[in-house]
Design a protein around this ligand. Structure first.
Ligand code: SF4
Ligand code: SF4
Length: 430
């Protein structure tokens, strides 16, 4: 159907603006001593004119579309010039979301390959977007398969959109940060090697996000943003190196202030020796940040696994709860073994059950509120009652709500039931 034939309600959509006006507007955006995004876009094959039409008309010039290619089930977002633009034939704009290297670290070689891919199969335009740093490549629809083949040859995949495992994110960990308790980059890579079909094939009630933070500082804010959160931690007290502490004090470190900075009063100083009561330490990292490397994370290291954090979801923003308080990590080479323990619970028990019982567009954090935390631990995580009781007791987090509850396509009856379930769940939330 030609776009002229499409029913357009004049009250809803604007008339296409005159060409001169669009050009004048775009020219205006190229003036001034600062860099102009219009000038830069003109160096690519991006249809800048359509963009200008949208600016002048004050309406999006794009409508949703769909691009299909055999073997690519996730990671392609499509749009086409909106019928109100009267552009015939319509211009399609498809994007491929690329699963990028861990910690968003690119070699220059890889960047060159991505630029080449973008020029060869797309519009010569790359976007690095969002907190995840996803790379999005505009692609010419007919070249989608070629782009996919090219990316696979350089070790990358298209994926991470829709009801899949979204781009898994790790902090830079040992690459840049001395506090890292485990190799977050390796953990992320291992996740993809075990769960790549989760990232490329939509199969869940809603999206899944994994995030890996190397220490309790949690630079990624993973606890508030991911369904499955793996944080490096330790048991007992931080590790104090007396010799380095002496040096730190000689170089001006204020030990009295260090003692005062501990929120749980776990640190004492007798004038010559610093002691830390491990039973009081809540792993806030404050003393470590102040006196590293004299004070480091404790020697008995491990992983804490949390579940259910989200910023936006059915029942509002919430912090993830502790699911597995501590998986020992006696040495770095045991990381994969420790992660397999996580996957055995998440991949083999929780996700299949969530897939079965989760409502459409319900993140796992919403499900566990709806079914109650106790039932979740018993029926989803399949923990035995003693372990479940221990975990419930060990959970130090509280959910919080600031946006209220959203109701997607629920009947009145469902809404009442949902509210009742939520009320009961909140009573038992610890
Ligand atoms: S989360 Fe911890 S290990 Fe990771 S970058 Fe931040 S401070 Fe470093
Ligand atoms: S990590 Fe935090 S709670 Fe633990 S001893 Fe240091 S300052 Fe205190």
């Amino acid at each position: 159907m030609a776009s002229e034939e499409l029913p357009i309600t004049p009250s809803l959509w604007p008339e296409p603006p005159p060409k001169e006006k669009v050009e004048e507007y775009l020219a205006e955006l190229e003036k001034g001593p600062w860099p102009s995004h219009v000038t830069e876009l003109k160096k690519t094959k991006y249809p800048v004119y359509i963009y200008g039409m949208g600016l002048v008309a004050g309406a999006t010039p794009w409508a949703t579309s769909a691009a299909k290619a055999p073997g690519i089930y996730s990671g392609v977002l499509s749009r086409m010039s909106h019928p109100w633009t009267r552009i015939t034939p319509p211009v399609f704009e498809d994007h491929a979301r690329v699963l990028i290297p861990s910690a968003q670290v690119f070699t220059t070689t890889l960047l060159r390959f991505l630029i080449e891919a973008s020029r060869r199969y797309g519009w010569g335009l790359l976007q690095f977007i969002g907190g995840t740093g996803d790379v999005v490549i505009n692609v010419v629809r007919e070249r989608l398969i070629d782009l996919d083949i090219f990316l696979r040859r350089i070790g990358l995949d298209i994926g991470g959109s829709g009801d899949v495992m979204r781009n898994t994110v790790s902090c830079p960990g040992p690459l840049l940060c001395p506090y890292a308790i485990y190799d977050t980059l390796k953990a992320r890579d291992f996740t993809y090697s075990c769960l790549i079909d989760w990232a490329t094939y939509p199969q869940f009630p809603y999206k899944i996000k994994f995030k890996y933070s190397g220490c309790p500082i949690d630079c990624l804010k993973a606890q508030a943003r991911a369904d499955y959160v793996i944080i490096g931690t330790w048991r007992g007290a931080p590790d104090v190196d007396d010799e380095k502490l002496r040096q730190w004090i000689e170089e001006g470190g204020d030990v009295e202030e260090l003692v005062r900075s501990c929120p749980t009063r776990a640190i004492t100083w007798d004038g010559s020796r610093l002691s830390i009561d491990g039973s009081k330490c809540v792993k806030c990292m404050e003393c470590i940040r102040r006196a590293y490397p004299a004070i480091k994370p404790g020697k008995e290291r491990g992983l804490t696994v949390l579940i259910g954090g989200t910023i936006k979801s059915r029942s509002g923003p919430k912090l993830a709860k502790v699911l597995i308080p501590f998986i020992p990590l006696p040495s770095p080479d045991k990381l994969e073994e420790a992660l397999m323990t996580v996957f055995q619970v998440v991949r083999d028990r929780i996700v299949p059950k969530w897939d079965e019982e989760g409502w459409r567009r319900e993140r796992v954090g919403d499900t566990l509120i709806r079914v109650t935390w106790q039932r979740f631990l018993r029926d989803f995580a399949k923990f035995d009652p003693d372990l479940a009781a221990k975990i419930t007791k060990a959970t130090p987090t509280e959910p919080y709500y600031s946006y209220g509850i959203t109701f997607f396509n629920m009947s009145e009856e469902q809404k009442q039931k949902y509210l009742e379930d939520l009320r009961k769940a909140m009573e038992t939330w610890q």
